[in-house]
Design a protein around this ligand. Sequence first.
Ligand SMILES: Cc1cc2nc3c(=O)[nH]c(=O)nc-3n(C[C@H](O)[C@H](O)[C@H](O)COP(=O)(O)OP(=O)(O)OC[C@H]3O[C@@H](n4cnc5c(N)ncnc54)[C@H](O)[C@@H]3O)c2cc1C
Length: 447
Amino acid sequence: MRVIVVGGGVSGASVSMFLRKIDRKCEIIVYEKTSHTPYSKCALPLILSNKVTDPRSLTVLSRRDFAVRNIMFEVGSEVVDVDVNERILVVKSTSGIMNDKFDKLIIASGSTPVLHPKINYDLNGVFVLNNIDEALKIKKFIEEYKAEKAVIVGSGAVAIETSMALRERGMDVTIVDRGEFLLRSWLDRELSLVLEKGLREMGIKIYHNADVAGVEKLGEHSLKVCLDGGISIHADILISSIGFKPNTMLARKSGLVIGNKGGIVVDEFMRTSNRNIYAIGDCIESVNILSGIREPVMMATAALKQARIAAYHIKGLNILPYNGHVPVGSIKVGENIVLSIGLNTRACIWANLSANSVILRLPHKPRYVSNLKKITVKILYNDITGSLLGFQYIGPFNPTPLIPALTTLLKMKTTVKTLASADWAYSPELSDYWNPLVEACVKALER
Ligand SMILES: Cc1cc2nc3c(=O)[nH]c(=O)nc-3n(C[C@H](O)[C@H](O)[C@H](O)COP(=O)(O)OP(=O)(O)OC[C@H]3O[C@@H](n4cnc5c(N)ncnc54)[C@H](O)[C@@H]3O)c2cc1C
Protein backbone atom coordinates (compact mmCIF):
# COMPACT_ATOMS: atom_id res chain seq x y z
CA MET A 1 0.00 0.00 0.00
CA ARG A 2 1.28 3.44 -0.94
CA VAL A 3 0.16 6.20 1.43
CA ILE A 4 0.79 9.82 0.52
CA VAL A 5 0.50 12.63 3.03
CA VAL A 6 0.04 16.22 1.85
CA GLY A 7 1.63 18.54 4.39
CA GLY A 8 4.48 17.83 6.78
CA GLY A 9 3.31 19.91 9.75
CA VAL A 10 2.08 18.63 13.11
CA SER A 11 -0.65 16.32 11.79
CA GLY A 12 1.08 15.18 8.57
CA ALA A 13 4.35 14.29 10.26
CA SER A 14 2.55 12.58 13.14
CA VAL A 15 0.30 10.44 10.95
CA SER A 16 3.33 9.20 9.01
CA MET A 17 5.11 8.28 12.26
CA PHE A 18 2.05 6.60 13.81
CA LEU A 19 1.46 4.63 10.63
CA ARG A 20 5.05 3.42 10.47
CA LYS A 21 4.86 2.32 14.11
CA ILE A 22 1.97 -0.02 13.35
CA ASP A 23 2.76 -0.93 9.74
CA ARG A 24 6.39 -1.70 8.89
CA LYS A 25 5.71 -2.46 5.25
CA CYS A 26 3.55 0.22 3.63
CA GLU A 27 5.19 2.93 1.54
CA ILE A 28 4.84 6.36 3.16
CA ILE A 29 5.59 9.61 1.36
CA VAL A 30 5.10 13.06 2.88
CA TYR A 31 5.10 16.11 0.61
CA GLU A 32 5.82 19.40 2.35
CA LYS A 33 5.84 22.60 0.33
CA THR A 34 8.17 24.60 2.58
CA SER A 35 11.81 23.76 3.16
CA HIS A 36 11.15 22.65 6.76
CA THR A 37 10.71 19.34 8.48
CA PRO A 38 8.20 19.56 11.37
CA TYR A 39 8.88 22.16 14.04
CA SER A 40 6.97 23.51 17.01
CA LYS A 41 4.71 26.13 15.50
CA CYS A 42 3.26 26.86 18.94
CA ALA A 43 6.67 28.17 20.01
CA LEU A 44 6.93 30.82 17.26
CA PRO A 45 6.20 33.71 19.69
CA LEU A 46 9.31 32.59 21.63
CA ILE A 47 11.43 33.44 18.58
CA LEU A 48 10.02 36.97 18.72
CA SER A 49 10.68 37.36 22.46
CA ASN A 50 14.21 35.95 22.02
CA LYS A 51 13.49 33.16 24.51
CA VAL A 52 14.41 30.87 21.62
CA THR A 53 17.53 32.18 19.95
CA ASP A 54 18.31 29.22 17.72
CA PRO A 55 15.27 28.49 15.49
CA ARG A 56 16.72 25.06 14.69
CA SER A 57 15.97 24.05 18.27
CA LEU A 58 12.26 24.14 17.39
CA THR A 59 12.73 21.25 14.95
CA VAL A 60 10.74 18.28 16.22
CA LEU A 61 11.78 15.70 13.62
CA SER A 62 14.67 15.84 11.18
CA ARG A 63 14.95 14.32 7.70
CA ARG A 64 17.08 11.63 9.31
CA ASP A 65 14.27 10.76 11.75
CA PHE A 66 12.05 10.04 8.74
CA ALA A 67 14.75 8.31 6.72
CA VAL A 68 15.59 5.80 9.46
CA ARG A 69 11.91 4.88 9.58
CA ASN A 70 11.78 4.48 5.83
CA ILE A 71 9.44 7.44 5.36
CA MET A 72 10.14 9.66 2.37
CA PHE A 73 9.80 13.23 3.63
CA GLU A 74 10.05 15.50 0.59
CA VAL A 75 10.53 19.17 1.44
CA GLY A 76 10.08 21.89 -1.19
CA SER A 77 7.38 19.76 -2.79
CA GLU A 78 3.92 21.25 -3.23
CA VAL A 79 0.99 19.08 -4.24
CA VAL A 80 -0.81 21.28 -6.75
CA ASP A 81 -3.44 18.98 -8.22
CA VAL A 82 -5.12 15.64 -7.82
CA ASP A 83 -6.99 13.20 -10.04
CA VAL A 84 -9.15 11.29 -7.57
CA ASN A 85 -10.39 8.71 -10.08
CA GLU A 86 -6.89 7.71 -11.19
CA ARG A 87 -5.49 8.39 -7.68
CA ILE A 88 -2.71 10.56 -9.07
CA LEU A 89 -1.19 13.63 -7.47
CA VAL A 90 0.64 16.40 -9.29
CA VAL A 91 3.68 17.56 -7.30
CA LYS A 92 5.66 20.72 -8.02
CA SER A 93 9.25 20.99 -6.77
CA THR A 94 12.51 22.61 -7.81
CA SER A 95 13.17 19.62 -10.06
CA GLY A 96 9.94 20.29 -11.96
CA ILE A 97 6.47 18.78 -12.07
CA MET A 98 5.90 15.09 -11.47
CA ASN A 99 3.00 12.70 -10.91
CA ASP A 100 2.70 10.27 -8.03
CA LYS A 101 0.16 7.52 -7.46
CA PHE A 102 -1.47 6.72 -4.13
CA ASP A 103 -3.62 4.01 -2.61
CA LYS A 104 -4.54 6.18 0.35
CA LEU A 105 -4.17 9.95 0.52
CA ILE A 106 -4.07 11.97 3.74
CA ILE A 107 -4.68 15.70 3.43
CA ALA A 108 -2.92 17.51 6.28
CA SER A 109 -2.63 20.90 4.64
CA GLY A 110 -3.24 23.02 7.75
CA SER A 111 -4.70 26.51 7.72
CA THR A 112 -3.96 29.93 6.30
CA PRO A 113 -4.24 33.28 8.07
CA VAL A 114 -7.41 35.29 7.52
CA LEU A 115 -6.42 38.58 5.90
CA HIS A 116 -7.95 41.94 6.80
CA PRO A 117 -9.46 43.70 3.77
CA LYS A 118 -8.17 47.11 4.89
CA ILE A 119 -4.55 46.07 5.51
CA ASN A 120 -2.04 46.24 2.66
CA TYR A 121 0.12 43.19 3.31
CA ASP A 122 2.68 44.28 0.70
CA LEU A 123 3.83 47.21 2.84
CA ASN A 124 7.24 46.97 4.47
CA GLY A 125 6.65 46.23 8.17
CA VAL A 126 3.28 44.46 7.77
CA PHE A 127 3.33 40.77 8.72
CA VAL A 128 1.28 37.72 9.67
CA LEU A 129 2.65 35.06 12.02
CA ASN A 130 1.84 31.59 10.72
CA ASN A 131 5.12 29.81 10.14
CA ILE A 132 8.78 29.84 11.06
CA ASP A 133 9.82 31.81 7.95
CA GLU A 134 7.44 34.60 8.91
CA ALA A 135 8.66 34.56 12.52
CA LEU A 136 12.25 34.92 11.31
CA LYS A 137 11.28 37.72 8.90
CA ILE A 138 9.58 39.61 11.74
CA LYS A 139 12.58 39.16 14.03
CA LYS A 140 14.98 40.27 11.29
CA PHE A 141 12.87 43.34 10.53
CA ILE A 142 12.73 44.35 14.22
CA GLU A 143 16.48 43.96 14.63
CA GLU A 144 17.53 45.52 11.30
CA TYR A 145 15.31 48.59 11.60
CA LYS A 146 15.45 48.79 15.42
CA ALA A 147 11.66 48.67 15.49
CA GLU A 148 10.23 49.94 18.77
CA LYS A 149 6.49 50.28 18.24
CA ALA A 150 4.21 47.43 17.28
CA VAL A 151 0.51 47.20 16.51
CA ILE A 152 -1.09 43.78 16.81
CA VAL A 153 -4.44 43.47 15.06
CA GLY A 154 -6.61 40.78 16.65
CA SER A 155 -7.45 39.51 20.10
CA GLY A 156 -7.16 35.71 19.95
CA ALA A 157 -4.54 33.55 21.64
CA VAL A 158 -1.91 34.03 18.90
CA ALA A 159 -2.43 37.83 18.94
CA ILE A 160 -2.03 37.89 22.74
CA GLU A 161 1.05 35.66 22.74
CA THR A 162 2.60 37.78 19.97
CA SER A 163 1.88 40.98 21.92
CA MET A 164 3.48 39.60 25.09
CA ALA A 165 6.51 38.36 23.16
CA LEU A 166 7.18 41.79 21.62
CA ARG A 167 6.56 43.51 24.95
CA GLU A 168 9.04 41.17 26.62
CA ARG A 169 11.72 42.38 24.24
CA GLY A 170 10.94 45.93 25.32
CA MET A 171 8.75 47.10 22.47
CA ASP A 172 5.82 49.46 22.80
CA VAL A 173 2.83 47.26 21.94
CA THR A 174 -0.77 48.17 21.12
CA ILE A 175 -3.50 45.62 20.51
CA VAL A 176 -6.32 46.66 18.18
CA ASP A 177 -9.37 44.56 19.03
CA ARG A 178 -12.58 44.66 16.99
CA GLY A 179 -14.66 43.41 19.93
CA GLU A 180 -15.47 44.50 23.44
CA PHE A 181 -13.05 42.18 25.21
CA LEU A 182 -10.07 39.93 24.45
CA LEU A 183 -10.07 36.20 23.75
CA ARG A 184 -13.81 36.20 23.10
CA SER A 185 -13.86 32.71 21.62
CA TRP A 186 -12.57 31.24 24.91
CA LEU A 187 -13.64 33.53 27.74
CA ASP A 188 -16.54 35.57 29.02
CA ARG A 189 -16.11 39.23 29.78
CA GLU A 190 -15.33 38.86 33.52
CA LEU A 191 -12.37 36.53 33.02
CA SER A 192 -11.24 38.43 29.96
CA LEU A 193 -11.00 41.55 32.12
CA VAL A 194 -8.70 39.70 34.56
CA LEU A 195 -6.55 38.67 31.60
CA GLU A 196 -6.59 42.22 30.27
CA LYS A 197 -5.48 43.62 33.64
CA GLY A 198 -2.43 41.35 33.44
CA LEU A 199 -1.61 42.57 29.93
CA ARG A 200 -2.04 46.23 30.89
CA GLU A 201 0.23 45.69 33.91
CA MET A 202 2.87 44.48 31.46
CA GLY A 203 2.47 47.81 29.64
CA ILE A 204 0.48 46.58 26.66
CA LYS A 205 -2.07 49.10 25.36
CA ILE A 206 -5.44 47.89 24.14
CA TYR A 207 -8.08 49.51 21.93
CA HIS A 208 -11.45 47.76 22.01
CA ASN A 209 -14.32 48.19 19.55
CA ALA A 210 -11.68 49.39 17.13
CA ASP A 211 -10.97 48.24 13.62
CA VAL A 212 -8.34 49.06 11.04
CA ALA A 213 -9.57 51.50 8.39
CA GLY A 214 -6.26 51.56 6.52
CA VAL A 215 -2.49 51.40 6.85
CA GLU A 216 -0.26 54.03 5.29
CA LYS A 217 3.47 54.14 4.80
CA LEU A 218 4.92 57.09 6.72
CA GLY A 219 8.62 56.90 6.09
CA GLU A 220 10.97 54.18 4.88
CA HIS A 221 10.21 51.93 7.88
CA SER A 222 7.27 53.53 9.56
CA LEU A 223 3.52 52.99 9.37
CA LYS A 224 0.41 54.96 10.19
CA VAL A 225 -2.34 52.60 11.30
CA CYS A 226 -5.67 54.37 10.88
CA LEU A 227 -8.60 53.11 12.95
CA ASP A 228 -12.31 53.60 12.34
CA GLY A 229 -13.38 56.77 14.13
CA GLY A 230 -10.34 58.82 13.24
CA ILE A 231 -7.72 57.56 15.71
CA SER A 232 -4.34 56.75 14.19
CA ILE A 233 -1.33 54.97 15.68
CA HIS A 234 2.24 55.35 14.48
CA ALA A 235 4.10 52.05 14.42
CA ASP A 236 7.23 50.47 13.00
CA ILE A 237 5.59 47.11 12.58
CA LEU A 238 2.05 45.71 12.28
CA ILE A 239 1.26 42.04 12.85
CA SER A 240 -2.15 40.94 11.67
CA SER A 241 -3.56 38.05 13.69
CA ILE A 242 -7.30 37.94 13.08
CA GLY A 243 -7.68 34.19 12.77
CA PHE A 244 -7.04 31.20 10.54
CA LYS A 245 -9.12 29.38 7.95
CA PRO A 246 -8.80 25.77 6.81
CA ASN A 247 -6.55 25.33 3.77
CA THR A 248 -8.82 23.30 1.50
CA MET A 249 -7.41 24.06 -1.95
CA LEU A 250 -6.63 20.42 -2.66
CA ALA A 251 -9.82 19.11 -1.06
CA ARG A 252 -11.89 21.37 -3.29
CA LYS A 253 -9.95 20.18 -6.36
CA SER A 254 -10.73 16.62 -5.22
CA GLY A 255 -14.44 17.41 -5.01
CA LEU A 256 -14.55 16.52 -1.29
CA VAL A 257 -17.44 17.70 0.85
CA ILE A 258 -16.62 20.96 2.63
CA GLY A 259 -18.65 22.03 5.68
CA ASN A 260 -20.39 25.30 6.49
CA LYS A 261 -17.37 26.62 8.42
CA GLY A 262 -15.01 25.97 5.49
CA GLY A 263 -13.31 22.79 6.75
CA ILE A 264 -13.20 19.33 5.15
CA VAL A 265 -15.97 17.07 6.45
CA VAL A 266 -14.71 13.77 7.88
CA ASP A 267 -16.25 10.73 9.59
CA GLU A 268 -15.24 9.11 12.88
CA PHE A 269 -12.11 7.60 11.29
CA MET A 270 -11.03 10.86 9.62
CA ARG A 271 -12.23 9.67 6.19
CA THR A 272 -13.50 12.34 3.84
CA SER A 273 -16.40 11.90 1.42
CA ASN A 274 -13.94 9.89 -0.74
CA ARG A 275 -13.13 6.59 1.01
CA ASN A 276 -9.48 6.66 -0.15
CA ILE A 277 -8.84 10.14 1.16
CA TYR A 278 -8.42 11.06 4.82
CA ALA A 279 -8.07 14.57 6.23
CA ILE A 280 -6.68 15.69 9.59
CA GLY A 281 -5.59 18.82 11.46
CA ASP A 282 -6.49 22.44 10.89
CA CYS A 283 -7.98 21.75 7.44
CA ILE A 284 -10.99 19.81 8.77
CA GLU A 285 -14.19 20.52 10.64
CA SER A 286 -15.07 18.47 13.71
CA VAL A 287 -18.27 18.23 15.73
CA ASN A 288 -18.22 20.18 18.96
CA ILE A 289 -19.66 17.55 21.31
CA LEU A 290 -21.29 20.13 23.59
CA SER A 291 -22.95 22.35 21.00
CA GLY A 292 -23.44 19.84 18.19
CA ILE A 293 -22.00 22.45 15.79
CA ARG A 294 -19.29 21.40 13.30
CA GLU A 295 -16.30 23.77 13.40
CA PRO A 296 -12.53 23.83 12.76
CA VAL A 297 -10.56 23.15 15.97
CA MET A 298 -7.15 24.61 14.99
CA MET A 299 -5.15 23.17 17.88
CA ALA A 300 -1.97 21.09 17.70
CA THR A 301 -3.39 18.67 20.27
CA ALA A 302 -6.47 17.96 18.12
CA ALA A 303 -4.18 17.46 15.11
CA LEU A 304 -2.16 14.84 17.02
CA LYS A 305 -5.25 12.99 18.17
CA GLN A 306 -6.72 12.92 14.67
CA ALA A 307 -3.39 11.75 13.17
CA ARG A 308 -3.35 8.70 15.45
CA ILE A 309 -6.97 7.80 14.60
CA ALA A 310 -6.33 8.08 10.83
CA ALA A 311 -3.20 5.90 11.09
CA TYR A 312 -5.06 3.18 13.02
CA HIS A 313 -7.87 3.16 10.49
CA ILE A 314 -5.60 2.96 7.45
CA LYS A 315 -4.01 -0.07 9.08
CA GLY A 316 -7.51 -1.53 9.51
CA LEU A 317 -7.73 -0.93 13.27
CA ASN A 318 -10.98 0.68 14.35
CA ILE A 319 -10.02 0.83 18.01
CA LEU A 320 -10.24 4.57 18.47
CA PRO A 321 -13.12 6.33 16.71
CA TYR A 322 -13.12 10.13 16.71
CA ASN A 323 -16.21 11.34 18.50
CA GLY A 324 -15.70 15.07 18.04
CA HIS A 325 -14.08 17.59 20.32
CA VAL A 326 -14.62 19.63 23.45
CA PRO A 327 -13.01 23.04 22.83
CA VAL A 328 -9.93 23.61 24.97
CA GLY A 329 -7.42 26.42 25.07
CA SER A 330 -4.74 27.56 27.47
CA ILE A 331 -2.10 30.29 27.51
CA LYS A 332 0.22 31.79 30.07
CA VAL A 333 -0.16 35.49 30.80
CA GLY A 334 2.44 36.76 33.25
CA GLU A 335 2.26 34.49 36.31
CA ASN A 336 -1.20 33.26 35.46
CA ILE A 337 -2.49 30.37 33.41
CA VAL A 338 -5.62 31.09 31.40
CA LEU A 339 -7.71 28.03 30.63
CA SER A 340 -11.01 27.60 28.85
CA ILE A 341 -12.79 24.27 28.46
CA GLY A 342 -16.09 23.78 26.71
CA LEU A 343 -18.55 26.53 25.85
CA ASN A 344 -18.50 30.15 26.93
CA THR A 345 -21.65 32.28 27.05
CA ARG A 346 -21.34 33.29 23.39
CA ALA A 347 -21.04 29.66 22.26
CA CYS A 348 -24.04 28.66 24.42
CA ILE A 349 -26.15 31.35 22.75
CA TRP A 350 -25.08 30.19 19.27
CA ALA A 351 -25.92 26.62 20.22
CA ASN A 352 -29.30 27.70 21.59
CA LEU A 353 -28.42 26.30 25.01
CA SER A 354 -29.90 28.03 27.99
CA ALA A 355 -27.03 28.32 30.46
CA ASN A 356 -26.59 29.56 33.98
CA SER A 357 -23.24 30.53 35.45
CA VAL A 358 -21.28 31.03 38.66
CA ILE A 359 -18.11 33.08 39.08
CA LEU A 360 -15.81 32.72 42.05
CA ARG A 361 -12.65 34.52 43.04
CA LEU A 362 -10.70 32.71 45.75
CA PRO A 363 -7.23 32.94 47.26
CA HIS A 364 -4.84 30.40 45.81
CA LYS A 365 -3.50 29.41 49.25
CA PRO A 366 -4.49 29.97 52.92
CA ARG A 367 -4.42 33.60 54.01
CA TYR A 368 -1.37 33.10 56.29
CA VAL A 369 0.78 32.24 53.26
CA SER A 370 2.71 35.21 51.90
CA ASN A 371 2.48 36.39 48.30
CA LEU A 372 -1.20 35.49 48.11
CA LYS A 373 -2.63 35.30 44.62
CA LYS A 374 -6.17 34.92 43.34
CA ILE A 375 -7.88 32.23 41.34
CA THR A 376 -10.88 33.21 39.22
CA VAL A 377 -13.17 30.48 37.93
CA LYS A 378 -16.41 30.57 36.03
CA ILE A 379 -18.61 27.59 35.35
CA LEU A 380 -21.48 27.46 32.87
CA TYR A 381 -24.12 24.79 33.23
CA ASN A 382 -27.32 23.82 31.51
CA ASP A 383 -30.07 25.48 33.52
CA ILE A 384 -32.50 22.61 32.87
CA THR A 385 -30.33 19.50 33.27
CA GLY A 386 -27.59 21.01 35.43
CA SER A 387 -24.86 19.48 33.24
CA LEU A 388 -21.57 21.35 33.09
CA LEU A 389 -21.08 23.18 29.76
CA GLY A 390 -17.97 25.24 30.33
CA PHE A 391 -15.13 25.93 32.74
CA GLN A 392 -12.97 29.05 32.63
CA TYR A 393 -9.98 29.56 34.89
CA ILE A 394 -7.33 32.20 35.53
CA GLY A 395 -4.84 31.54 38.27
CA PRO A 396 -1.28 30.64 39.18
CA PHE A 397 -1.75 26.85 39.20
CA ASN A 398 -1.18 24.93 36.01
CA PRO A 399 -4.22 22.72 35.50
CA THR A 400 -2.93 21.35 32.16
CA PRO A 401 -2.40 17.72 33.32
CA LEU A 402 -6.04 17.62 34.48
CA ILE A 403 -7.52 18.86 31.20
CA PRO A 404 -8.39 15.35 29.86
CA ALA A 405 -10.32 14.60 33.07
CA LEU A 406 -12.17 17.92 32.83
CA THR A 407 -13.07 17.49 29.14
CA THR A 408 -14.33 14.00 29.94
CA LEU A 409 -16.57 15.38 32.70
CA LEU A 410 -18.09 17.75 30.15
CA LYS A 411 -18.45 15.02 27.53
CA MET A 412 -20.21 12.81 30.07
CA LYS A 413 -22.64 15.63 30.83
CA THR A 414 -21.63 15.56 34.49
CA THR A 415 -23.97 17.72 36.55
CA VAL A 416 -23.07 20.46 39.01
CA LYS A 417 -24.81 18.31 41.66
CA THR A 418 -22.40 15.41 41.07
CA LEU A 419 -19.41 17.73 41.09
CA ALA A 420 -20.57 19.54 44.22
CA SER A 421 -20.01 16.32 46.15
CA ALA A 422 -16.61 15.57 44.59
CA ASP A 423 -13.61 15.03 46.90
CA TRP A 424 -10.51 17.17 46.82
CA ALA A 425 -7.18 17.49 48.55
CA TYR A 426 -5.55 20.27 50.54
CA SER A 427 -2.12 21.06 51.93
CA PRO A 428 -1.12 24.63 52.99
CA GLU A 429 1.86 24.77 50.64
CA LEU A 430 -0.26 23.59 47.73
CA SER A 431 -3.71 25.15 47.90
CA ASP A 432 -6.43 26.72 50.00
CA TYR A 433 -8.97 24.57 51.91
CA TRP A 434 -11.70 25.05 49.34
CA ASN A 435 -11.55 23.77 45.80
CA PRO A 436 -12.76 26.46 43.32
CA LEU A 437 -14.53 24.04 40.95
CA VAL A 438 -16.39 22.25 43.76
CA GLU A 439 -17.31 25.55 45.42
CA ALA A 440 -18.65 26.97 42.14
CA CYS A 441 -20.83 23.86 41.74
CA VAL A 442 -22.09 24.14 45.33
CA LYS A 443 -23.00 27.77 44.66
CA ALA A 444 -24.92 26.70 41.57
CA LEU A 445 -26.92 24.22 43.69
CA GLU A 446 -27.71 26.85 46.31
CA ARG A 447 -29.58 28.94 43.74
C1 LIG B 1 1.86 31.30 16.35
C2 LIG B 1 1.04 30.06 16.63
C3 LIG B 1 0.98 29.57 17.92
C4 LIG B 1 0.22 28.41 18.18
N1 LIG B 1 0.18 27.95 19.47
C5 LIG B 1 -0.52 26.82 19.74
C6 LIG B 1 -0.52 26.28 21.07
O1 LIG B 1 0.10 26.82 21.97
N2 LIG B 1 -1.22 25.12 21.27
C7 LIG B 1 -1.90 24.47 20.26
O2 LIG B 1 -2.49 23.41 20.50
N3 LIG B 1 -1.91 24.98 19.00
C8 LIG B 1 -1.24 26.12 18.72
N4 LIG B 1 -1.23 26.63 17.44
C9 LIG B 1 -2.01 25.93 16.40
C10 LIG B 1 -1.23 24.74 15.86
O3 LIG B 1 0.04 25.15 15.44
C11 LIG B 1 -2.00 24.12 14.69
O4 LIG B 1 -3.27 23.74 15.14
C12 LIG B 1 -1.26 22.92 14.14
O5 LIG B 1 -0.01 23.28 13.61
C13 LIG B 1 -2.10 22.25 13.06
O6 LIG B 1 -1.39 21.21 12.46
P1 LIG B 1 -1.61 20.89 10.92
O7 LIG B 1 -0.74 19.72 10.62
O8 LIG B 1 -3.04 20.80 10.62
O9 LIG B 1 -1.10 22.19 10.19
P2 LIG B 1 0.38 22.73 10.06
O10 LIG B 1 1.17 22.35 11.25
O11 LIG B 1 0.26 24.16 9.71
O12 LIG B 1 0.96 21.93 8.81
C14 LIG B 1 0.41 22.04 7.53
C15 LIG B 1 1.55 21.87 6.55
O13 LIG B 1 1.04 21.61 5.25
C16 LIG B 1 1.89 22.22 4.31
N5 LIG B 1 1.11 22.32 3.07
C17 LIG B 1 -0.04 22.97 2.86
N6 LIG B 1 -0.50 22.78 1.62
C18 LIG B 1 0.41 21.96 1.01
C19 LIG B 1 0.48 21.41 -0.29
N7 LIG B 1 -0.45 21.63 -1.21
N8 LIG B 1 1.56 20.61 -0.59
C20 LIG B 1 2.51 20.36 0.35
N9 LIG B 1 2.48 20.88 1.59
C21 LIG B 1 1.43 21.66 1.92
C22 LIG B 1 2.24 23.53 4.96
O14 LIG B 1 3.42 24.10 4.43
C23 LIG B 1 2.40 23.13 6.42
O15 LIG B 1 3.73 22.82 6.75
C24 LIG B 1 -0.49 27.78 17.14
C25 LIG B 1 -0.43 28.30 15.84
C26 LIG B 1 0.33 29.43 15.58
C27 LIG B 1 0.38 29.97 14.17
